[in-house]
Design a protein around this ligand. Structure first.
Ligand SMILES: [Zn+2]
Length: 66
């Protein structure tokens, strides 16, 4: 993994990764990711829409439930 990042700036800018991927669900184009795509999971990527939907419908990951 080539990382050309010479830190030094104290900015908290969210890092985005530009590229050209495909959503594994809706087949839509993904041109930007908020995380570094795992080369081994490029075929499991989800676009923002599908990602949100999945998060909402799965409802998992909630430690507290009332
Ligand atoms: Zn999608």
């Amino acid at each position: 993994m080539a990382y050309n990042n010479d830190g030094g700036q104290g900015d908290f800018q969210p890092q985005t990764y530009k590229g050209n991927w495909k959503c594994s669900k809706c087949n839509g184009e993904i041109t930007e990711l908020r995380f570094e795509p795992d080369p081994g999971r490029l075929n499991q990527l989800l676009c923002l829409n599908c990602f949100r939907e999945k998060k909402r419908t799965s409802g998992g990951g909630q430690p507290f439930r009332r």
